[in-house]
Design a protein around this ligand. Structure first.
Ligand SMILES: [Zn+2]
Length: 284
């Protein structure tokens, strides 16, 4: 500031170093932007664009490493979603890592090798836990903005709890409880609201589905009495069309909240849209 005064520069405050905080992907970004709303001196960005979706087998790009090199903190989902994390912390040992999954009760990956299912954000109560972790991590990083971070987090948590109560009451009233999902994204959501995931079409959403896998899924769906199938807007659903044709099960769309418009209310908006879909699909 002294230098600014001496040189008579204008706009010097804006040129002061902004703290760069990077979220690994979309859901973490949405939660973090609510916690950091109107907090001065900090720039939040997402390492991957929203078109990326889930980070299954994500390979770091040179541009990611460049962005992380300038960042003070990295906000991760955790629970194994960021399999590239050791490369990042190896390269940037001073980078503060905030793990949103701390304290979340994890579900083991179906057919996995001692790994956890990483789609924790789809249970709003987990989202609350994630917001608390972000609040604590960001408040430690930006102590001068602690009061605003605390009040932002409290207001957001209240909205998330209200959403949770709404989903809970509405889904409990639905006669149907069985669903078939495209990839392994909804076990936390199902556990939260008493739904039963009868089958998952694929555990490798970015790869083509083998005929053997397809046959086995079709058998599982028939055994379960052809419950509704849920495609995801992020993935091609030609396999689902085949399954629907084979079983006669209807197809709807559930959004795992990994892409979107980035608005502050994106989490609640998508969850309410998913609820409306479930009410149609399971409401008799
Ligand atoms: Zn996923």
């Amino acid at each position: 500031m002294l230098l600014c005064a001496l040189l008579g520069l204008t706009g010097c405050a804006a040129a002061e170093e902004e703290v760069s905080v990077v979220a690994t992907f979309y859901p973490v970004y949405i939660l973090a932007e609510n916690v950091l709303k109107d907090v001065p001196g900090v720039t939040l960005s997402s390492m991957t664009p929203p078109s990326t979706g889930c980070l299954h087998d994500y390979q770091l790009l040179t541009s990611d490493m460049r962005a992380l090199g300038k960042a003070k903190a990295l906000l991760i989902n955790g629970a194994g979603m960021e399999s590239f994390l050791p490369d990042v912390t190896g390269q940037f040992p001073a980078l503060v890592v905030v793990d949103c999954s701390q304290g979340v009760e994890l579900i083991a990956e179906e057919g996995g090798h001692g790994e956890w299912n990483a789609h924790i954000w789809l249970d709003p109560q987990n989202a609350v836990r994630m917001v608390e972790n972000l609040r604590d991590g960001l408040s430690a990083l930006l102590p001068e903005s602690d009061a605003l971070i605390q009040s932002n987090a409290a207001a957001y948590i209240e909205r998330l709890m209200q959403l949770d109560a709404e989903l809970s009451a509405a889904i409990e009233a639905l006669p149907g409880k069985d669903i078939v999902t495209f990839h392994e994204a909804f076990p936390y959501f199902a556990r939260a609201y008493g739904l039963h995931v009868c089958a998952v079409v694929t555990t490798e959403p970015d790869e083509p589905i083998s005929p053997r896998m397809l046959g086995s899924v079709i058998r599982q769906i028939r055994d379960a009495g052809n419950p509704p199938l849920f495609s995801e807007p992020q993935y091609e659903n030609s396999a689902l069309s085949t399954i629907a044709a084979e079983t006669g099960a209807p197809v709807y769309e559930l959004d795992p909240l990994v892409t979107g418009d980035g608005s502050l209310t994106a989490y609640e908006d998508v969850m309410r849209k998913n609820l409306a879909v479930l009410e149609t699909a399971l409401g008799e």
